[in-house]
Design a binder for this molecule. Sequence first.
Ligand code: HMG
Ligand code: MG
Length: 314
Amino acid sequence: SQSNLVNIVEVGPRDGLQNEKSTISVDTKVDLIDRLASAGLRYVEVGSFVSPKWVPQMAGTADVVCRLPRHPNTHYAVLTPNTRGLADLLSILHTPSPDSHDTPPPPISEVAIFTAASDAFSQANTNCTVLESLQRLESVAREAQDNKLRVRGYVSVVDTCPYSGRTDPGKVREVAKALVEMGCYEVSLGDTVGTGTPGTTRAMLEEVGKDVPVEKLAGHFHDTYGTAIANVFEALSFGIRTIDAAVGGLGGCPYSPGATGNVATEDVIYALQGSAYGVQGGAKWQDVAEIGGWISDTLSRQSTSRVGRAYAAR
Ligand code: HMG
Ligand code: MG
């Protein structure tokens, strides 16, 4: 029987911050990651080794990785779109620290690779078709595993594509299956544009579930149309136990104009109270809401988390 504990993948420092216009210091990023891990979040995506011409905000990821706070119960991951990004990560992990022979390498145990369910989005996001990206990612996945890094996969635009409209769930199924076959232990299904409803989400999950066991699936919902929490519960009732979320509802994808941030972590944890589900690691919504308030103030933006705003106004 399946556990009723929900694993939260905190993507705020990556999916959240990648879309911010103003430069965010490495200090602020490291502080955010430290606060999230201290609050009991067990998995934090800390940045991306992508081209700084494509996503300028992630340019400091190497420095963030070198300064990651050690929290024994929290795993850290970074996005690596190609072998160049992976090589940049590996060179940091394999370079001994200059000050001490005893210092272990930075605590990165995992990389995430990403592709999409439409060619138009894949072109806009990574400058290649879906098929080309799968070929490119196969070498990234192999090399990461050879270096004892776990690999997580992402499929974007699982509900609609900002350029080509509604997505065929059969395409999502095909791409998710390919990611599992190249060694991804889990595939996160991204509703990048945030158009999904519980109905369209269920139909997509049923199709993908024909080829990928539910234990290997995660839900990644953006809240553009206000349906993200509803979709989270639909995914849980389907049997998914891993949900991506961003503190303060940060973010949006640079290649999805108008799409808002991820479902807020504090909103997910709040909504799970009194349900059949618990949160792996036991992070409290109040603590996460505090962090959401702090990072929103620091970035001079409004938190989009309903729970965060209610908590701040109490
Ligand atoms: P390209 O331009 O086709 O790459 O970009 P290229 O191989 O032709 O290289 C062009 C230049 O980039 C070269 O430099 C390379 O050295 C450099 P130049 O000679 O011009 O000075 N370069 C790199 N630099 C640093 N790190 C690298 C790297 N690779 C090449 N890894 C590429 C192809 C994939 C690199 C580019 O399109 C890219 O970086 N895309 C990333 C886009 C991105 O990060 N999007 C956001 C993440 S995905 C997302 O948010 C969705 C998700 O949240 C789920 C959901 O909601 O759907 C996951
Ligand atoms: Mg996203």
